[in-house]
Design a protein around this ligand. Structure first.
Ligand code: SF4
Length: 191
């Protein structure tokens, strides 16, 4: 399985809590006016990388992961495969594999997250709204092993530079497990 990737940035602090490995996927058809990265709309941008090679990069960096773009859900099948393998590897590693800090350069062990985000956390940014995701089986499959989804298009009139980890106030930071259990979008507590 291949994913088309524009960039990989290790140690970023803007795409979720803690230092993270952010992977920027090619392709987005939402075309939000004011998008910070319109070059990422091209589904042929960047390079193809095997899911197994991405797993190795993530393991080497020893940080939690953010999937952004573009919109990763335009490569839903590859994202489903990557996130499933990440979670499976975490569950079966004893001690946890290098992908999960024990401790890593962040200086913390999984389960010691002061924000309570939890172990092996994976964030995913998408221009789809949560309600669209859960109504579309292939999108739902892609987020089923993700911990947090930041949803919705960027809306220029709602742009707010004071917001944490999102660009406009319509976007929500969603706790995936709680939302799937309850049947409605549940915001993640970042306090
Ligand atoms: S969803 Fe994100 S990447 Fe896509 S157009 Fe909107 S702001 Fe840009």
């Amino acid at each position: 399985m291949l994913l088309r990737v524009i960039d990989i940035v290790a140690g970023t602090s803007v795409d979720g809590p803690h230092l993270r490995t952010s992977i920027y996927l090619a392709g987005c058809a939402h075309h939000c006016p004011g998008c910070h990265n319109p070059q990422s709309w091209d589904p042929h941008a960047g390079h193809e990388i095997a899911v197994s090679d991405l797993l190795d990069v993530i393991a080497r960096e020893e940080m939690p992961v953010t999937l952004s773009g573009g919109d990763p859900l335009f490569q839903a099948e590859g994202i489903a495969a990557l996130t499933r393998l990440l979670k499976d590897r975490h569950k079966t590693s004893s001690p946890p594999c290098r992908a999960w800090p024990w401790p890593g350069p962040t200086g913390r062990r999984w389960g010691e997250d002061p924000r309570g985000v939890g172990e092996a956390d994976i964030w995913l940014y998408t221009g789809y709204r949560w309600e669209q995701i859960v109504a579309t089986p292939r999108l739902l499959d892609a987020v089923s092993n993700v911990d947090v989804v930041v949803d919705g298009p960027f809306v220029q009139s709602l742009r707010d530079t004071t917001l944490l980890f999102r660009g406009s106030s319509n976007q929500r930071i969603i706790d995936v497990a709680a939302s799937l259990a309850s049947g409605t979008a549940i915001p993640l507590s970042l306090d």
